[in-house]
Design a protein around this ligand. Structure first.
Ligand code: HEM
Ligand SMILES: CC(C)=CCC/C(C)=C/CC/C(C)=C/COP(=O)(O)OP(=O)(O)O
Length: 304
């Protein structure tokens, strides 16, 4: 927390060329997009029995990945001022002046346009428009508006981040299906405990830049209660695929173990008086979602 804070949000110093690709790569939030692409892939695999047709598989992953990366880059652009003031983000390419605003804008728009054209021409129009709506949901509705407007910002804004399994599904089938929506609901319920755990740890920084994250507006204890309640809601949501007959026993056992682990960590966060628990919950959430979708995939190929 005692890191030096960057100040300039407009510096246009750009370092020598060879390392610049790293700055662009960083703006796409590659680890977040990688986990999203896993959920896209699982959405594709669950949409059809047997193997996924190659064209939607390749160009769907590519187009959705590019548009999600573009959305993340727009987030870097819009948030460059507050990012420069927070210890977690002050080193990002825009506040540090590693990439100019004009170049970042050109990069984001190009990535979004190429991604959209790939999806529209080589996958299908429904997926292209749904992905575009997700991009707008994250870059415009969440980042530019909700984030600064309400402590429920990430609950509503989380819908954009929850869309990838549906995007994978429609890439392959060209139509909506209730089962894909169940996967969206799971990520939607997962997002608040994922983010609020981090927000507890970074509460002072969000307060400093006037972003009304839940721990800032309603306090740490209230946020811990909400995390626990959402984790229980998530456990219920994780049972829905079994209840509709979409998944089998491997998923039931795997997801139940993961749910118990997550509830245990959230319970501990609320009731144990130990330091570092908030970041443990945050890290656990990432492994939880990754393993959950791997288990979905394993179950699908063993079950179908
Ligand atoms: C509105 C919804 C979401 C919010 C507000 C949010 C917030 C965040 C934040 C602030 C971080 C950065 C932590 C850091 O810099 O140390 C982060 C990390 C991460 N998030 Fe989320 N997240 C959301 C949705 C998602 C979704 C839908 C996924 C994947 C499906 C995801 C996957 C990840 C991963 C993998 C990381 C770790 C990245 C790294 O280590 O570089 N997040 N999240
Ligand atoms: C097309 C499509 C599927 C779009 C989804 C795009 C996407 C990358 C969503 C990620 C959600 C996320 C990391 C939110 C954190 O933003 P923040 O501004 O609260 O966090 P930060 O301070 O780390 O930037």
């Amino acid at each position: 927390m005692a890191k030096p804070l960057s100040i300039s949000s407009t510096s246009n110093e750009v370092p020598s060329q060879p390392l610049q690709w790293r700055a662009y790569y960083e703006m796409t939030k590659p680890k977040v997009v990688a986990l999203m692409l896993l959920t896209v892939l699982v959405g594709m695999c669950l949409a059809v029995p047997g193997s996924v047709p190659l064209q939607p598989l390749i160009f769907g992953m590519l187009g959705i990945g590019m548009m999600a990366g573009a959305a993340a880059a727009f987030n870097h652009l819009i948030d460059r001022r507050i990012d420069g003031l927070m210890a977690r983000t002050y080193n990002r390419p825009l506040p540090k002046g590693r990439v100019s605003i004009t170049k970042a804008l050109t990069f984001s728009i190009s990535l979004a346009v190429v991604g959209f054209v790939l999806l529209y021409t080589l996958v299908n129009a429904l997926t292209a428009w749904l992905t575009f709506a997700s991009l707008l949901g994250y870059a415009v509705i969440y980042t530019a508006y909700l984030k600064r407007a309400t402590p429920q910002n990430i609950v509503v804004g989380g819908l954009a981040g929850a869309m990838p399994p549906l995007l994978g599904w429609t890439s392959v089938t060209g139509e909506f299906h209730g089962n894909a929506l169940l996967l969206v609901i799971i990520i939607f319920a997962w997002t608040p405990p994922h983010f609020w755990a981090l927000a507890i740890h970074r509460k002072a920084e969000y307060a400093k830049v006037d972003i009304p994250m839940l721990p800032v507006t309603h306090g740490t204890e209230f946020t811990k209660t909400c995390i626990l309640l959402y984790t229980i809601l998530l456990a219920i949501a994780c049972l829905l695929p079994v209840l509709v007959g979409m998944c089998g026993p491997v998923y039931l056992v795997g997801s139940t173990l993961l749910s118990c682990g997550f509830i245990y960590k959230s319970w501990e966060l609320k009731y144990a008086d130990k330091p570092g628990l908030a970041m443990q919950v945050f890290r656990f959430s990432i492994y939880h979602l990754m393993l959950l979708f791997i288990v979905l995939l394993v179950d699908h190929y063993l079950w179908v």
